[in-house]
Design a protein around this ligand. Structure first.
Ligand SMILES: N=C(CCC(=O)O)C(=O)O
Length: 455
C-alpha cells in the first residue's frame, strides 16, 4: 500500500514490522521502538506529511552504526580481544550525545535501544544534542587499573576517528566512570594533538569537568519525582523509597532524597538487596561512593555487613512496602510480576532512573492500576542535561559553581516534567507522563528532520 493511503496506526504497525524484520534478535531495541511508536498515532494524525515522507521508518534506523575490534594486553601479558560499538542514531537537533557502556551483556541491540531512547531524552532536555550511544562487551569488574587504562586507550584508538565536540560527544554509563573518561580523553588528546575537551563529558574538574555532573542523574530523577509528588499535593517529606542498584545513579538519588526529607531504604546488586529501615543517609551515602569502585568487586552485601542490616541474597527489593519506587540498575529490572507486587503494596509512584528499567507489560500494568510513572527518557535526563551544561562551560572556557549548575539542572527537570504533562494532555492521553515524554521528545526531532529533507 502506498504510504499516503495508510492510516497513522496502519503506518505505525508497518514500521514496527519492518523494524522487527530488519533487526532480528534484538529484543531490547524492538521493545524501546514499540513503546515509543505506540504513543505517536495522534502526532501522525496532526502531521500526515510525516507518513508521506516516511519519517518514522527513518527515525527508527540509526544514521550510522560503527563496530570495531578492541585488542588489549592483560596483566599476564596475554592479548585479549573485545568488540567496540558506537551508534550515531540521530543528529537532527545537535551533535550525537550519549554514554559508553562497558559490560559483558553489551551487543549491538543494547546499544541501539540505548541510542534510540537517547534521541528522545536529549530532545526533552531542550538542549541542542542529538542521540547516540556506544560501549563494549568488556567487563571492567575485577580488572586492574592498568588493564582498564590499556583497554580504554585501545578503545579510543579506534573511536577517535568518529567523534569530536561538534560531531559526537560520548560520556559515561554502566562501567564507565570518571577514571575511564580520563583514560579515554588522555588517548584522544594524544592522537588528536588538540585539547578539544568538549569531546567527552563526565571529565575530572582539573581538565574541564562540571561540578554536579557525578550526582546529576540521581539529582535529576529526584527533581522529576518531586514534580510528580507535587501534582498529587505531596512531597518527599517522610517518604520511604525503594531503590535498585548501588552505583552512581543510586548514590545521587540517596543524597537528594535525603535533602528533600525522604529516605532510601533499599539498595541492590547482582548478589541481592539490602533493607535499611533507618535509611541510606548521612555517612552511609558517602560509603556508597567507596562501593562505587567496581575494581574492589564491591557487592551490596558489603553494606549490610558494615551497617548490620538485613541482606536478601539473590532477590530484588520490589517486595518491600514503601511509598515510592526508583529503579536505578539496568533494563527490564521490573517485570509484570514485580509490578503486581509493587501495586499490591500500595505504591503510587514509580520514577525510572535507569534506562528502560520496566518491561512494557509492567508499565502498562502500573498505568492501568493508578500508579504514576515517571518514564526514564524524561526522569533520568538530568545526567545528559548536565553533560550538555559541561559542554557549554567548555565552549565558553569557564566553570559555573555547584549552586549554579544545580539550579540549572533543577529548572531543566521541571521544564521536562511540564512538557511531558502538557504534551500528554494536548494529544488526548490525559495525565500520562509516559506518552507525554514520547510525544514531546519526538515532536522537536521530527520537525528538524522534516525541515532538513527526507534523507
Ligand atoms: N549515560 C547517560 C549519560 C550520557 C551523557 O552524559 O552523555 C544517559 O543519559 O543514559
Amino acid at each position: 500500500m502506498a504510504k499516503e493511503n495508510l492510516t497513522p496506526s496502519e503506518y505505525i504497525s508497518q514500521v514496527i514490522e519492518k523494524v522487527k524484520k530488519r533487526n532480528p534478535n534484538e529484543p531490547e531495541f524492538l521493545q524501546a521502538v514499540e513503546e515509543v511508536l505506540n504513543s505517536l498515532t495522534p502526532v501522525l494524525e496532526k502531521h500526515p506529511e510525516y507518513i508521506e515522507e516516511n519519517l518514522l521508518e527513518r527515525f527508527c534506523e540509526p544514521e550510522r552504526q560503527i563496530m570495531f575490534r578492541v585488542p588489549w594486553v592483560d596483566d599476564e601479558g596475554k592479548v585479549q580481544v573485545n568488540r567496540g560499538f558506537r551508534v550515531q542514531f540521530n543528529g537532527a537537533i545537535g551533535p550525537y550525545k550519549g554514554g559508553l557502556r562497558f559490560h559483558p551483556s553489551v551487543y549491538i541491540g543494547i546499544i541501539k535501544f540505548l541510542g534510540f531512547e537517547q534521541i528522545l531524552k536529549n530532545s526533552l532536555t531542550g538542549l541542542p544534542i542529538g542521540g547516540g550511544k556506544g560501549g563494549s562487551d568488556f567487563d571492567p569488574r575485577g580488572k586492574s587499573d592498568g588493564e582498564i587504562m590499556r583497554f580504554c586507550q585501545s578503545f579510543m584508538t579506534e573511536l577517535y576517528r568518529h567523534i569530536g565536540p561538534d560531531v559526537d560527544v560520548p560520556a559515561g554509563d554502566i562501567g564507565v566512570g570518571a577514571r575511564e573518561i580520563g583514560y579515554l580523553y588522555g588517548q584522544y588528546r594524544r592522537i588528536r594533538g588538540a585539547f578539544e575537551n568538549g569531546v567527552l563529558t563526565g571529565k575530572g574538574l582539573s581538565y574541564g569537568g562540571s561540578l554536579i555532573r557525578p550526582e546529576a542523574t540521581g539529582f535529576g530523577v529526584s527533581y522529576y519525582c518531586q514534580e510528580m509528588l507535587k501534582h498529587e499535593g505531596q512531597s518527599f517529606e517522610g517518604k520511604t523509597v525503594a531503590v535498585s542498584g548501588f552505583g552512581n545513579v543510586a548514590w545521587g538519588v540517596c543524597k537528594k532524597v535525603e535533602q528533600l526529607g525522604g529516605k532510601v531504604v533499599t539498595l541492590s546488586g547482582p548478589d541481592g538487596y539490602i533493607y535499611d529501615p533507618d535509611g541510606v543517609v548521612g555517612e552511609k551515602v558517602d560509603y556508597l561512593v567507596e562501593m562505587l569502585n567496581i575494581n574492589k568487586g564491591a557487592r551490596v552485601k558489603d553494606y549490610a555487613d558494615k551497617y548490620g542490616v538485613q541482606f536478601f541474597p539473590g532477590e530484588k527489593p520490589w517486595d518491600v512496602k514503601v511509598d515510592i519506587v526508583i529503579p536505578c540498575a539496568v533494563q527490564n529490572d521490573i517485570t509484570l510480576e514485580h509490578a503486581k507486587k509493587i501495586v499490591a503494596n500500595g505504591v503510587k509512584f514509580v520514577c525510572e532512573a535507569a534506562n528502560m528499567p520496566c518491561t512494557n507489560e509492567a508499565v502498562q500494568y502500573f498505568l492501568e492500576n493508578g500508579v504514576i510513572v515517571g518514564p526514564a527518557k524524561a526522569a533520568n535526563a538530568g545526567g545528559v542535561a548536565t553533560s550538555a551544561l559541561e559542554m557549554s562551560q567548555n565552549s565558553m572556557r569557564l566553570s559555573w559553581t555547584a549552586e549554579e549548575v544545580d539550579a540549572k539542572l533543577h529548572q531543566i527537570m521541571v521544564n521536562i516534567y511540564n512538557n511531558c504533562k502538557k504534551a500528554s494532555e494536548e494529544y488526548g492521553f490525559g495525565y500520562n507522563l509516559v506518552a507525554g515524554a514520547n510525544i514531546a521528545g519526538f515532536i522537536k526531532v521530527a520537525e528538524a528532520m522534516h525541515a532538513q529533507g527526507n534523507y
